[in-house]
Design a protein around this ligand. Structure first.
Ligand code: GLC
Length: 472
């Protein structure tokens, strides 16, 4: 399903100043393009044809970065904006951008469109899930804009997307931070994008699973059970969907009614980084007031993030919003605040030390769980394996603070995983073996991103100072 586009696209030549560690060979880029071509559905991209046959929120955002480099510059730009326009077209009237858009009928995934029962809330025509995902959209928009033509058409398209992102971020404040603490809760582990992380074990265990309807998992027919969440986890995921469905997906009711309410430092750091991106991007696309609003939100959130710092762990950790207790676990979510800390913040140095230690223990990293921890499982989904999108976010954060050395190490690890094991969904951080689904879109997108001469335009922007808008 190449959608009649020209594949593979234009070559991106590495510049002479590029470090070798950031360069992906041409063969790899060509293979990455063919993975994206196979998963292309013209107006959106599926994460993987077999395992995830619909549009996923943060997958599409990462994929848009790669799509921008495919075909002629105008073709690439058009396709990248379109990927995101398709996603935001399904934004709910309350502002939420859902985690899955079910564009077609397909019985290869459970829970599918009919199970969610979101007809009352999702925009007419296309069913969606009723929960959201990590808000990387703002961050990605800034990257796309800084590499775009920045002509009138690009400005208009980017401007509409900025408006959608701002509505989404406002929704987070209202629906997920009703006490105005500055930090938002996730109400389902799927919202974190790190479904079965050890971070969520205790909170998930409090989700009742009596009276569950009979259902059949589809994921374990495609991927080995040892690499996926357990049946018990799955029961609780489904129980939450059933509960929310019973509340008519009313965002005002969900937060306090949910037995699962977790403040995830990774999720919040992504939201803050996206708000900072909006703060720079707003004025550049004719929305200075959105820029100001986003800058205010980011300042409050950054302050509040300190509540999640664990001096014992030397990193950030989750907080269970029901018990108000910190969750004593070291996962990659607690390292993602490298996206927002200032370079002279001592906590940044602790996070860098953690990343170095994790890479020592699990060289094909960065693992999703501390490799020396009892809960570390190198093959099971988000309980140990390495994911290239989290590597990308870490490297991006490190570059903006001048830690290119560590960012290069992470990029080198991503590159060797790609070369060794192809475009797997995730990888064993001890052996480098590919795990989960194969021919995965966001992994292919990250391969292409690694081949870009400047992997992080955000880094350059930030180095000019936080208030500086991107190139006009
Ligand atoms: C899994 C991942 C999630 C991702 C989705 C589609 O659910 O945990 O982060 O968005 O698959 O790839």
């Amino acid at each position: 399903m190449g959608g009649g586009r020209r594949w593979p696209g234009r070559a991106i030549e590495p510049t002479s100043t590029d470090e070798i560690g950031r360069v992906v060979n041409r063969g790899l880029r060509a293979r990455a393009l063919s993975v994206l071509a196979a998963n292309d559905r013209v107006t959106y991209t599926v994460p993987s044809g077999l395992l995830y046959p619909f549009q996923w929120n943060w997958d599409s955002c990462f994929v848009a970065l790669a799509l921008q480099t495919v075909g002629s510059p105008s073709e690439g730009e058009d396709r990248a904006w379109r990927e995101l326009e398709t996603l935001t077209r399904h934004q709910w009237t309350d502002g939420m951008i859902p985690h899955i858009v079910f564009h077609t009928d397909h019985d290869g995934y459970f829970p599918g469109p009919s199970f969610w029962g979101t007809e009352c809330s999702s925009p007419a025509g296309t069913p969606t899930s009723g929960i959201t995902q990590p808000p990387v959209l703002g961050l990605v928009l800034e990257q796309l804009w800084s590499r775009s033509s920045q002509d009138d058409s690009a400005r208009l398209r980017c401007r509409a997307l900025v408006e959608a992102v701002n509505r989404w971020h406002r929704w987070f404040g209202l629906a997920r931070d009703p006490q105005a603490t500055g930090l938002v809760s996730i109400l389902h582990p799927w919202e974190a994008g790190r479904d079965n992380s050890v971070d969520f074990d205790r909170a998930l265990a409090s989700v009742p699973i009596t009276d569950l309807p009979a259902y059949e998992r589809r994921d374990t027919t495609v991927v080995a059970e040892a690499e996926r969440p357990t049946d018990d986890d799955y029961d609780r995921y489904i129980a939450l969907v059933v509960l929310f469905r019973g509340l008519g997906w009313d965002a005002a009711a969900l937060h306090d009614a949910s037995p699962f309410r977790v403040v995830d430092p990774g999720f919040n750091a992504i939201l803050l980084a996206s708000d900072r991106a909006l703060a720079r991007l707003g004025p550049a696309v004719g929305h200075p007031e959105i820029g100001d609003e986003a800058a205010r939100r980011a300042a409050i959130g950054l302050d509040a993030l300190s509540e999640l710092w664990s001096p014992d762990r030397g990193q950030f950790v989750c907080r269970d919003r029901r018990s108000n207790l910190l969750v004593d676990n070291a996962s990659i979510g607690g390292l993602l605040p490298v996206l927002v800390l200032d370079r002279d913040d001592v906590r940044l140095h602790h996070l860098c030390t953690q990343i170095e230690e994790w890479l020592q223990l699990a060289p094909f990293g960065v693992a999703s769980q501390h490799p020396a921890d009892a809960g570390f499982d190198p093959q099971r989904y988000w309980r140990g394996p390495t994911w290239l999108i989290t590597n990308h976010l870490l490297a991006m954060g490190l570059r903006r603070t001048g830690r290119d050395d560590l960012a290069d190490r992470i990029a080198g690890s991503s590159r060797s995983l790609l070369e060794r094991s192809g475009f797997a969904e995730y990888y064993d951080p001890l052996t480098g073996a590919g795990l989960g689904g194969s021919t995965f879109s966001w992994t292919a997108a990250m391969a292409i991103e690694l081949s870009m001469p400047h992997p992080s335009p955000l880094g350059e922007v930030d180095r000019l100072g936080d208030r500086e808008p991107p190139r006009l």
